[in-house]
Design a protein around this ligand. Structure first.
Ligand SMILES: Cc1cc2nc3c(=O)[nH]c(=O)nc-3n(C[C@H](O)[C@H](O)[C@H](O)COP(=O)(O)OP(=O)(O)OC[C@H]3O[C@@H](n4cnc5c(N)ncnc54)[C@H](O)[C@@H]3O)c2cc1C
Length: 354
């Protein structure tokens, strides 16, 4: 995992009253490190009211434009999102961890694919980047978006989506679903749930011939999308989910009960080529114990979602509580989330330079 870099805010704009879009200036020597794929996210770090605050934000811009923008929706009582919406200014500096994440499928100009996305609220951010990048990269592919919001005024990227619709007429279909404002058809009133997804599948897409589905938003909606698409015969590997918070339910079925058997171990962590060894004598995660011992390791959500704290097990074994971020091939390569890891052997060495 690469380390945080200080980036300057080049531009701020307001997609809605309750959100702010932040574009960063990327110095020439960091361009390669900050190159990204559609659907990836950044982790931002700022000391707010004396507290080190780290949060992940999906990149909403298109990598073809070489512009790095995130959009942050203000949450009632939310520490980082309130600060970003109320206090952040152009020219300010923030610590930013380079792009990471797997919420995408590889694109190919030869593809003539069909894609469908279900987004709600700020869940549009990675999907905005995915839609634009796909339409620009694959001239024969088509995209359909079902986008849930409370009312018209709270639709993030409304204008940008309309512009895409006009530019890619016939290839991009956009359906707004509003829960607090009535529209003509009942299909588009309320929240995106199982029944609505069935209705959309009957009228707007053939579930089995869609190549990939993307969904991002509240857990309830994502669960509905996942279970209903499976009911409609869609194979699981075509359904791509991006979580913004640790799920309360068993979204993705990745959750696992772990008994932390090992109360004593010797841990070594490696970051930027420097290693630090310390005793583990606790029931805390290895990340937390490393912090107690003075290691400044990268992390953000501490909920197994954002993958900022990813590292490679180079010696010994660990057990993870939950994992909502790493794919099976990454686990096979020995990658783990240190915020969820507990030692299983007497010695454990974790390398964060991966
Ligand atoms: C991979 C990833 C990508 C993300 N991308 C975006 C993005 O593009 N835009 C964006 O606005 N946010 C995004 N988030 C969510 C973001 O990281 C923060 O969780 C969010 O901004 C709240 O942080 P806060 O400090 O303002 O609130 P906190 O002070 O952390 O929390 C305030 C309260 O809100 C609850 N809460 C936290 N997050 C959410 C949420 N997403 N929805 C509802 N309630 C919540 C908390 O449980 C708490 O009760 C993303 C998260 C992840 C893991």
């Amino acid at each position: 995992m690469a380390k945080f870099h200080t980036l300057k805010v080049a531009e701020l704009s307001r997609p809605t009253e309750e959100s702010v879009a932040v574009t960063f200036e990327i110095p020439g020597d960091l361009r390669e490190e900050f190159a990204f794929t559609q659907g990836q996210h950044l982790t931002l770090k700022k000391e707010i009211d004396g507290e080190d605050t780290r949060r992940s934000y999906s990149i909403c811009s298109c990598p073809i434009d070489e512009k790095l923008t995130v959009a942050i929706k203000k949450l009632e009582g939310g520490r980082f999102s309130t600060w970003a919406n109320e206090d952040l200014k152009e020219g300010d500096e923030i610590e930013v961890n380079p792009p990471h994440g797997h919420f995408y499928v590889p694109l190919d100009p030869e593809n003539a694919n069909s894609y469908v996305a279900f987004a709600s609220g700020s869940g549009i951010t990675p999907i905005m980047s995915i839609i634009e990048t796909t339409l620009r990269t694959e001239p024969e592919s088509e995209f359909t978006l079902f986008y849930g919001n409370r009312r018209t005024g709270s639709i993030i990227f409304q204008e940008e989506l309309e512009a895409l619709k006009n530019r890619y007429m016939g290839r991009f279909s956009l359906y707004h679903v509003l829960s607090k404002e009535r529209q003509e058809s009942d299909l588009f009133n309320g929240r995106i749930d199982e029944e609505k997804i069935q209705g959309y599948a009957r009228r707007f897409f053939d579930p089995e011939s869609v190549d990939h589905y993307f969904t991002c938003g509240p857990e309830e909606m994502m669960l509905a999308v996942q279970s209903e698409l499976k009911n409609l015969g869609v194979p699981e590997d075509r359904i791509h989910l991006e979580l913004f918070t640790s799920p309360v339910g068993k979204l993705g079925g990745k959750e696992k009960e772990v008994k932390h058997e090992k109360a004593h171990a010797e841990i070594t962590v490696v970051l930027d080529g420097n290693s630090l060894t310390f005793p583990y004598d606790s029931d805390k995660s290895i990340l937390d114990v490393a912090f107690d011992n003075g290691a400044d390791l990268p992390y953000a959500c501490k909920g197994g979602v954002c993958s900022t704290c990813v590292c490679k097990v180079e010696e010994g074994e660990v057990e993870m509580d939950v994992n909502y971020a790493l794919e099976p091939d990454e686990l096979k390569r020995g990658l783990v989330l240190s915020c969820q890891s507990y030692p299983k052997t007497d010695k454990v060495k974790l390398n964060f330079d991966v």
